[in-house]
Design a protein around this ligand. Sequence first.
Ligand SMILES: [Zn+2]
Length: 324
Amino acid sequence: MKYKETNDHSFLFGENYFIYKHREDQDALHLYLKSHPHSCTCPNCGVESRKLQSTYERILQDTPIHCKQTILHIRAYKYRCLNPNCERKVFMEELPFAKPSQVRTTALTSLILAVSMFLSNEGASKVLDQIGIKVSNDTIQRIYNRIEFIDNPDVEAVGIDDVAIRKGHHYATAIYDLEDHHLIALLEGRDSETLKVWLKGHNKIKLVTRDRATAYASAINEILPECVQVADRFHILQNLLDKLKDIFKNELPTEIFIKDGVILDEAPSKVEKKPSVAKLNQLHYDNTPPVNPDGTELIFDNKKRKLNSKQYIDHAEGRKKNKN
Ligand SMILES: [Zn+2]
């Protein structure tokens, strides 16, 4: 078998785009792209045009290759709309991997969001930098702020769940379409009032799966009394465990005393331990100071001080004075 080098990079950007040049420097890998087809449909009237007006360069940061920042330079076309009734004279080529006016590919934006979901913006920015994605923490916040929810007032089945924005501090109510699980709305807080307002605008709902919050249940009962509510096993078990915890807390004392495998009716009385006199008397301990052969007390000094030095005599006299 003979091996042939391939020039096919279609696995990177699809059949319609080809790489015509690449350049690598210390900081980044630059890929230069162009599209094969020379026709595009007008976003205004939908008529296809083959009339090229001009080209322009779009520069996008993409997901990194080999952990190196990867920049795409795309030579994109501007087309002239040939439909005489169309208001749009010139339109830009639409790129399959980036939305108009974005400086990042859609894949990169998804990756940034996925990483920053589990980290602070600052932490995410540092981690992403390590794998070749340059994005500041402010930009990550801007990407988050730009997330939009596509509402559907005709939705018939929704899931409602409370989510912690910051655990213990800030909660929200997430509502998603049960058919494709896309997020329809994110309401501030998790009380019934906000949900009621939202439900009023979505009166075709026939089925709601919700978490165990009674606030949600009462809001649904009030606004959509005909609607079927579904509680899942996870939430029912959680309800049951909470109830059991309350029962145990009320019924059981805070401390239970067990001795030899038997539960005592009351706390055992405390026994104070005293040293045994008989045992102490058995100990023979000579507490008298050692003496010199002439019978005087032997002064033990392990520091080998010069006892006759002026300093030592002064200190000894000082001590005597203090005593008096
Ligand atoms: Zn047009």
